[in-house]
Design a protein around this ligand. Structure first.
Ligand SMILES: *[C@@H]1O[C@H](CO)[C@@H](O)[C@H](O)[C@H]1NC(C)=O
Ligand SMILES: *[C@@H]1O[C@H](CO)[C@@H](O)[C@H](O)[C@H]1NC(C)=O
Ligand SMILES: *[C@@H]1O[C@H](CO)[C@@H](O)[C@H](O)[C@H]1NC(C)=O
Ligand SMILES: *[C@@H]1O[C@H](CO)[C@@H](O)[C@H](O)[C@H]1NC(C)=O
Length: 385
């Protein structure tokens, strides 16, 4: 199937220049004042741990008292009563399959506490600067300047679930490469979004490992929302799985594929599930336009890069046209949640989009279930965008 090019707005020269200036500033030195402010912010974000672990990747994972987590610093969540799992979704429906081991067994929080990756000063410096400079905007797959290879389903839904293979696309320090499921609703300037998947994002994590990454916004990626736990919002309930964890089982080109299954489903709150485990949720109070569900589900790859360097790889770094099975990045078995059950979208409800088909491909191919389509996407990048 042919890849369709999205309508692309002509990029003004000013925008290209401002992107370069932005990336220059990312490397600016911070003042003593900024440093103190940063330490104050870190004390707010990182609550006193009950217990801590250090991973082989140098991450510190803290056990935080469930009611003391940063989420509850959000003014809308002052009297929020925590839920430990969806209340209306039958266990049988969401407990299918096994969850492979993602972290060592000894990493487990005591009852009443949850596992949260500690935010470092470097994480915060980068995240603050990216936000101040408007760099969250390219996280929006609908932004005219986004570099994406995706499928869009634009009908009412209460979320979706999908299985994606995990890769380690090579990115330069100022670039990022994502595979995400986006659920959204609302007018573009106030777009409500919850999104989750994996990413290689050196600016955010000071490492080029592939990690579990989420984002939310209540106003079109402008002022509200953030990655993972960087701002109050996402309520963690899981004692053994944290956002930001390293996904170290990567797929091998022309070899064994390594999958993760992600679900984002509304049951009052917007729940995030990894395999059969509920990690936590984004309270519906954060989303003015998503009380009654969402109107879009998008899945696929997205790349962020400054305009002065060749762009990062997406997915496996290979085009779908160069081979699908065991070679291309994919989203398989993607199903829409209608509030009662998961159903496959019919192929004619899927709109394929690649913003730069010469750099990143997107292709639909029949899935295992009858009359369903899987997305294959990705490419080597290396173009100036
Ligand atoms: C990640 O970084 C390490 C060390 O800096 C480097 O050896 C490796 O090639 C990088 N991997 C990718 C996929 O860029
Ligand atoms: C972003 O938020 C600021 C402050 O609320 C507002 O002035 C600005 O118009 C918003 N920008 C967009 C693109 O909505
Ligand atoms: C892919 O693997 C098969 C065997 O599994 C091998 O015959 C083939 O040459 C490989 N292709 C590439 C491009 O590596
Ligand atoms: C993909 O890999 C699996 C296991 O690694 C193998 O059984 C299968 O034949 C491969 N398929 C193709 C089309 O190469």
């Amino acid at each position: 199937m042919a890849t369709t090019a999205a309508t692309r707005s002509v990029k003004p020269v000013l925008l290209l220049m401002s992107v370069q200036i932005m990336f220059g500033l990312l490397h600016a030195v911070i003042s003593e004042e900024e440093n103190l402010e940063m330490e104050r912010q870190l004390r707010v974000i990182n609550k006193p741990p009950i217990k801590s672990f250090k991973t082989d990747y140098g991450d510190i994972l803290d056990c935080i008292h469930i009611y003391k987590q940063h989420a509850f610093d959000h003014p809308l969540l002052k009297d929020h009563k925590i839920k430990m799992r969806p209340e209306n979704i039958p266990k049988s429906m969401t407990a299918e399959g096994e969850s492979p081991k993602l972290l060592p067994d000894n990493i487990k929080c005591p009852p009443g506490s949850v596992l949260i990756k500690r935010t470092t000063k470097e994480d915060l410096i980068m995240a603050n600067k990216m936000k101040a400079l408007g760099l969250n905007h390219p996280m929006n797959p609908s932004a005219p300047d986004a570099n994406t290879a995706t499928v869009r389903y634009s009908k009412h839904n209460f979320g979706a679930r999908t299985t994606m293979n995990v890769w380690g696309p090579s990115t330069l320090p100022r670039q990022a490469s994502f595979a995400n499921l986006w659920i959204s609703n609302g007018p573009s300037e106030e777009l409500n979004v919850v999104q989750a998947g994996w990413a290689v994002f050196p600016m955010l994590f000071s490492s080029n490992n592939t990690r579990l990454l989420t984002y939310w916004t209540g106003d079109g990626y402008n002022t509200t929302g953030c990655f993972n736990y960087l701002c109050p919002g996402f309520v963690q309930v899981h004692p053994q799985i944290t956002l930001g964890l390293v996904l170290d089982q990567l797929s091998v080109y022309n070899g064994t594929q390594s999958d993760i299954q992600i679900s984002i489903i509304k049951d009052g709150e917007w729940w995030l599930q990894l395999f059969n485990q509920f990690i936590g949720y984004w309270p519906q109070k954060l989303f003015f336009y998503m009380y009654g569900g969402a109107n879009n589900a998008v899945w696929g790859g997205l790349v962020i890069c400054p305009s002065d360097e060749p762009s990062a790889e997406m997915g496996s770094g290979h085009f779908p046209k160069d081979g699908l099975q065991n070679k291309s990045a994919y989203f398989k078995d993607t199903q829409i949640y209608d509030g009662a059950r998961f159903t496959y979208p019919s192929p004619d409800q899927l709109v394929l989009c690649s913003s730069r088909p010469d750099c990143y491909g997107a292709e639909l191919a029949p899935g295992v279930a009858p009359n369903t389509m899987d997305l294959f996407y990705g490419g080597p990048g290396q173009c100036h965008i």
